[in-house]
Ligand binder design. Structure first.
Ligand code: FE2
Length: 315
């Protein structure tokens, strides 16, 4: 339940606010001055604060200033209630970082609208911040993989871009696209346990080296298992070396038995590998790689997705 902490010394006005907010389904925490509100702030952990300015013991300005210094309070939505005549107050409130103010007298609709707007804005910013922060961590991990293998420089970012454009072309929704981005960056995370000399070997791998290499999808999936916001990307990591014809690894899944995440990533990962130089071969030109993708439609790759890929690549 959304919690709103209110500081207001006028009993009548406090009751009015109480009735409006409780009727809207908010949880209401009532205090009569800034000092009380500040004390409650830590235990209540509200989602928003509504405060009068002129109050005994500690006024609204002092409360706002103190709240902004607390770790939870830096981005806490904060609304002032003020009389329309107090111009200088508004200026001071702004400089202290108030989010909005309501002029007395206000009606129920104004209060509800102001509260709702600030809460929605706060939620949007939080979601964005969290996702941006997670993505940075994910990119950092991807860079670690790349740093160990100079021959794949830029691979992670190119696969990410190609994967996103194919995801858009397939009309995947925003959530699917977000997971796709993480999965594309992290798909080779399990290579962290593959020795560097195997990653950079100029020649074909012997049986033992190949055995280690083949484990990277499962190792990567295990790594992500314990991380809540990355777990959704596991299909990308676990299945990205499965082939449409069932001759991939680690499970030898066939056709549509492999999840769509895998079928998408296999195409873009394959395309980028074909066009990159490797210790044991030169990369193909873009045009030759596209021919190769088409040739392997129904062999390594999902034929329907190949069609969409070739179409978007042309465009
Ligand atoms: Fe891989």
């Amino acid at each position: 339940m959304t919690k709103i902490l209110v500081a207001e010394d006028d009993d009548l006005l406090r009751d009015v606010i109480y009735n409006i907010l409780v009727l809207e389904g908010y949880e209401f925490f009532s205090t009569v001055n800034g000092r009380q509100a500040l004390d409650s702030f830590v235990s209540v952990k509200p989602d928003l604060i509504v405060s009068d300015i002129m109050m005994p013991e500690m006024d609204g300005f002092e409360l706002l200033k103190e709240v902004r210094f607390l770790p939870l309070g830096v981005t806490m939505p904060f609304l002032f209630l003020t009389a329309r005549t107090e111009r200088t107050d508004v200026k001071k409130a702004r400089s202290l970082g108030v989010d909005d103010y309501l002029f007395k007298p206000f009606d129920a609709w104004e209060l509800i609208e102001a509260v709702r707007t600030r809460l929605n804005r706060r939620r949007a910013v939080e979601l964005f911040d969290t996702r941006a922060a997670h993505l940075q961590t994910v990119v950092m991990l991807g860079n670690v993989i790349e740093a160990r293998d100079p021959y794949t420089a830029g691979h992670v970012d190119r696969v990410r871009r190609l994967a996103l454009s194919l995801g858009f072309a397939l009309n995947w929704n925003a959530e699917e696209i977000a997971i796709l981005e993480f999965g594309a960056v992290l798909h080779d995370i399990g290579k962290i346990m593959v020795p560097r000399y195997v990653l950079t070997k100029a020649g074909l791998l012997d049986d033992e080296e190949w055995e280690v290499m083949r484990q990277h999808p499962q190792v990567g999936a295990q790594m992500l298992e314990g991380v809540d916001h990355l777990r959704l990307a596991i299909p990308y990591v676990l299945y990205h070396h499965e082939w449409w014809n069932g001759k991939g690894y680690p499970f030898g899944l066939k056709g549509a038995d492999t999840p769509p995440e895998e079928r998408l990533l296999a195409i873009v990962d394959g395309f980028d590998s074909m066009t990159s130089d490797r210790p044991y071969r030169m990369g193909l030109s873009m045009a030759d790689a596209l021919v190769e993708i088409r040739k392997n439609s129904g062999v390594y790759f999902d034929p329907e997705m190949v069609d969409v890929f070739l179409q978007t690549y042309k465009e």
